[in-house]
Write a protein that binds this ligand. Sequence first.
Ligand code: KG4
Ligand code: ZN
Length: 340
Amino acid sequence: MKAKDTIVLGIESSCDDTSAAILKGNRILSNVIAGQSIHEKYGGVVPELASRCHQESIIPVVQQAIEQAGITIADIDAIAFTQGPGLMGSLVVGTSFAKALALSINKPLIPVHHMKAHIMAHFIEDDLIDVPTFPFLCLTVSGGHTQLVNVESPIQMNVIGQTIDDAVGEAFDKAAKMLGLPYPGGPLIDQHAKKGDPIKFTFAKPQIAELNFSFSGVKTSILYFLRDQKAINPNFIEDNLADLCASIQNSLVEILLHKIKKACSTYAFTQVAIAGGVSANSYLRHRLQEWGMLSNTKIFVPKFEYCTDNAAMIAITGKFLFEINQVGNQSSTADPRLIW
Ligand code: KG4
Ligand code: ZN
């Protein structure tokens, strides 16, 4: 007789999305995400406001996830939550809620590392999507991280390269801000770029050793280029928005691809995955797939809903940790700088 599939409630609150998901076995039954539009007018996430919004959303979001999954609280076998890294005030809301619920229903509590969870999103079962086999290379690209990870198992993940300054998501958002686009600008650059020429303008290419990245030079080069062009034509940005977006996106994606190729030749990886918010970028996905075909490398891109922050990835990671009894307890605390 087949053992009952484990049901895990996942909770994510590391930044500005409150999310809850129900996982059964390796399949997602529900994944509810409440965004926070309040930050738009400030051009970035305001931590105190994020924390307050999480407080308002956490109970309705969890309730909705349970309802949509068609289960009851009593069916939950374990509760996984994002312990860090992230914003302290935001993490505390999810952590406290998870601890209180675990205590009240007497179920295990599983602290999860947010960035490792982005990678583990690839193991959510879906009829249309293949799952990578260990070991594989994963490029994790979000608003706060840019890393190349040698993923040997769900618990053995080694960072083999990372940014020495800005994260690539931050570079997308800062470039978008220079173009007058609202926060978060990454998805808007992606959209405008579809109608633009990726090689119309060129920006600085960083020369960084080994498998590390740098994005601050590109950012400065975009800033000075726009300043000089606006001195000649005050409408330069409006007149060239699509080409600017396409060219900026191309510069950032080229940096990522260059290091992926280098990692594959150094470590002989035959499978490459991408994870994190920037893995939703259509140009990165396209260029990577194109290179995968040419180089005989198998490429894994997550479903769009599992690219940006979500609780489904927390639930699947929690499930793997639960199986090896790597669980927490009521002493587990939120850790904004949780180590890898
Ligand atoms: O993983 P995520 O949702 O949150 C963090 O853990 O940081 O990543 C958010 C980042 C933001 O910088 C956002 O602009 C970027 O992901 N992003 C994109 C796209 N969608 C989200 N960047 C470029 N193109 C996109 N389509
Ligand atoms: Zn994230």
